[in-house]
Design a protein around this ligand. Structure first.
Ligand SMILES: [Zn+2]
Length: 239
């Protein structure tokens, strides 16, 4: 027997079929891993100054129709996975208080079935554009056209009510990032990592746009090239 084991590749020796009870355990691990991913993205954005104090919120969808969302009033740089609030399909939470801006997240998930994660934050440069009512829609960076697209400004709305969701709703179908007037920004994507990267890119592009305006530059990518880039972006989003 010992000889037979020596002839078998290690991968076969250690392939043990898990007992059926582990399927449930596997589901818990998946939810926990998603909570860990939310915490990782939140800490990264906090370290970059994109999330400050108790501002902003992050959420991600579970396969069973539930939602994971950061708790109300929490510092995102000090989050732990077990503090993430789990909402069930009917919107109820068994423990914890979800972010007050949950209505905004619900509306985006309802309108965009391809979206699996959302990040809302108040990054300084992007929020300055939101305050000024200036959309980030000038074709200044080819990769920003591909990855971010044009970023519009939603009409002003109260930040803690359904009003916020209503103000953003008309812009969700054709954009992946929206500036919230006198407030901040929201980005949405297929994963929490991608939503976090989108928020980082948004802030980076706003910073560059601010600098090139300060330099007095009006240089823009030619319209014919913008059309080609937007075609490529549409093809990438359709995949
Ligand atoms: Zn906010």
């Amino acid at each position: 027997m010992q000889f037979a084991r020596q002839l078998l590749p290690a991968t076969l020796i250690f392939q043990v079929r898990p007992p059926k009870t582990n399927l449930r355990f596997g589901r818990v691990v998946t939810e926990y891993q998603l909570k860990q991913a939310i915490v990782r993205v939140a800490r990264r954005l906090d370290q970059k100054g994109i999330l400050t104090s108790t501002d902003g919120n992050l959420s991600a969808l579970l396969d069973d129709g539930g939602t994971l969302i950061t708790p109300s009033g929490s510092c995102k740089g000090e989050l732990e996975p077990d503090k993430i609030v789990r909402l069930y399909r009917d919107g109820s939470a068994r423990a914890g208080k979800p972010s007050s801006e949950i209505a905004l997240h619900r509306m985006i998930y309802a309108r965009r079935p391809d979206v699996r994660a959302i990040v809302h934050a108040h990054p300084p440069f992007a929020t300055a554009y939101a305050v000024a009512g200036v959309p980030l829609d000038q074709p200044i960076l080819s990769e920003a056209i591909l990855g971010l697209g044009r970023v519009p400004v939603a009409q002003y709305a109260m930040p803690t009510a359904e009003e916020l969701a209503k103000s953003v709703e008309p812009l969700v179908d054709h954009h992946d990032a929206v500036l919230l007037r006198f407030h901040g920004a929201v980005c949405f994507a297929k994963s929490i990592e991608q939503a976090g990267y989108l928020m980082e890119t948004l802030e980076h592009v706003a910073h560059i746009d601010f600098i090139r305006r300060a330099m007095g530059s009006n240089e823009l990518i030619p319209a014919s090239e913008v059309a080609r880039l937007e075609q490529l972006r549409a093809a990438m989003r359709a995949r």
